[in-house]
Design a protein around this ligand. Structure first.
Ligand SMILES: [Zn+2]
Length: 319
């Protein structure tokens, strides 16, 4: 019953989420100095988001605890975020996931010659694993969401560890290719997760990371933020996160915004030096805008209809 009450409360605009959280320092540089960039999220609910003054990494403040995030994922996350009313992934999600997996496999082709050992960190419903297995690679997934992990195992016959990454123990150097697609922004310790992935990577392996770009174009600054995204990256802070985790960009792949392909950092290569004023530059991107004015403008109805049309289109695609 407490879950149901918090689920209902979390659907009401202009109110706060049912969470207390805790004060955290920046997971990238350790600084506690921060600038507020937004007090609202894309559901028009109260949610304070800050940018680290030193490195510009954006985070929710206060940070939800593991227990609070678990409660959110167990309750309204699938409904709120993915329109999923049953435990099976909805059709529009599978269409999008398939499309994304095809693009990811094509992007990583230079590192996928021969039979490679591939890990998908946050493998979701398993479309990338299925494609990579079909191309002859040895695949492994990690997916903490039980229903999506079961779906991947049953539909595609791919191996998926259904646990949080801290509980997974692979030996060092186990994988040639690791991908983490739209995962880091959900983690309370994204840099520690990158460090762990770097350990699992073979000496000549690659690590592909893609996250939403917090500096991407949105009509209102609050439309970037979501309760499940506890960290938000810029191209610069994602690059620094990789460097801190012992990685460097692989020169075969150009950085595309917040999509980066790393390799293990060679001895003596540059380590990050924070650019002075980075936090202020990031914060300046988020101009204050009024969620109440947005609500009264009825513009949100147009946005909701557009979103519904996309969902409907992807639901009926490839029927
Ligand atoms: Zn920082």
């Amino acid at each position: 019953m407490p879950h149901l009450l918090s689920t209902i409360r979390n659907q009401i605009p202009l109110t706060a989420y049912a969470y207390r959280g805790e004060e955290e320092c920046c997971n990238l540089c350790g600084s506690r100095d921060r600038l507020t960039v937004s007090r609202t999220d894309r559901r028009l609910k109260t949610l304070k988001t800050v940018a680290c003054e030193q490195c510009g990494l954006i985070r929710t403040d206060p940070m939800p605890t593991d227990a609070e995030l678990d409660a959110y994922y167990a309750g309204e996350y699938r409904l709120d975020y993915q329109f999923a009313f049953s435990r099976k992934p909805p059709r529009f999600h599978l269409t999008r996931s398939q499309r994304e997996a095809e693009g990811r496999l094509a992007l990583l082709a230079p590192a996928l010659e021969g039979r490679r050992r591939v890990l998908d960190f946050g493998s979701g419903s398993g479309e990338f694993l299925a494609l990579a297995a079909g191309a002859g690679h040895d695949v492994q997934g990690i997916e903490p969401g039980q229903s999506f992990a079961s779906f991947a195992r049953e539909k595609y016959g791919v191996p998926v560890e259904s646990r949080v990454w801290q509980e997974v123990a692979f030996e060092a150097g186990r994988f040639d290719v690791i991908t983490a697609n739209h995962v880091l922004e959900h983690l309370r310790e994204p840099v520690s997760a990158l460090r762990r992935m770097a350990e699992w990577l073979a000496e000549d392996g690659i690590l592909h990371v893609s996250v939403p770009n917090a500096l991407g174009r949105r009509r209102h600054s609050f439309q970037h933020f979501h309760f499940a995204h506890v960290y938000n990256f810029t191209p610069q802070s994602l690059l620094w996160a990789g460097l801190v985790a012992g990685l460097e960009p692989d020169p075969r792949f150009a950085q595309q915004g917040t999509t980066l392909v790393f390799r293990k950092r060679k001895a003596g290569a540059a380590v990050p030096v924070w650019a002075e004023g980075e936090g202020s530059r990031v914060a300046a991107h988020f101009e204050p805008s009024s969620p109440l004015r947005f609500l009264l403008s009825c513009r949100w109805i147009v946005d909701a209809l557009r979103r519904f049309r996309k969902v409907a289109g992807d639901s009926w695609a490839r029927a």
